[in-house]
Design a protein around this ligand. Structure first.
Ligand code: HEM
Length: 136
């Protein structure tokens, strides 16, 4: 079980590296004015986004094993699953924003992306408190 938990934490951390960095690239992208830099940023964003999907799936799979196979759960699991759903939504919304950048259809300012970038920080903080402190 401890190996599964270790793998869960490893893949959660790796997924979050992308969830923190991809919107940070969007902040830079929203400030760019020349086409060549914008094109390079799209390539970087696409590669990162593609890499994030298997990391997310592995993080979720090991979490599900801990919950459903080893039966680790509690009242804290309900809000955790809600936050995980928010995170999955955030992940795919990043994909939509990336697609907008790719087709020069970005509608948001760099300030908007700076705020958007804070959401995974909040989710991570809440989830870690839920699984470690277990206030419920
Ligand atoms: C389908 C999604 C997920 C499920 C079912 C799940 C389930 C679990 C379970 C059952 C544990 C063991 C808790 C314990 O030992 O007391 C755990 C540990 C942990 N989970 Fe998840 N998890 C999921 C996704 C996530 C996500 C997205 C994050 C980060 C935002 C996360 C962060 C953690 C952390 C940091 C631990 C280690 C807690 C500790 O060792 O005390 N999990 N998870």
């Amino acid at each position: 079980m401890l190996w599964i938990k270790a793998l869960h934490i490893i893949f959660v951390t790796s997924w979050f590296a992308g969830l923190f960095y991809l919107p940070r690239l969007f902040v830079n992208h929203a400030m760019v004015t020349d086409a060549a830099t914008a094109e390079r940023l799209v390539l970087m964003e696409q590669k990162l986004f593609r890499f994030m999907l298997p990391l997310a799936l592995l993080a979720l799979a090991f979490g599900l094993i801990l919950w459903l196979h080893y039966g680790i759960s509690g009242n804290w699991m309900h809000p955790k699953l809600l936050l995980v759903a928010v995170l999955i939504g955030y992940h795919f919304y990043c994909g939509k924003l990336l697609n907008d950048f790719k087709h020069n259809k970005n509608k948001h300012s760099h300030v908007w992306y700076r705020w958007f970038n804070e959401l995974p920080v909040l989710v991570l903080t809440l989830v870690v408190i839920l699984v470690v402190v277990k206030p419920f």
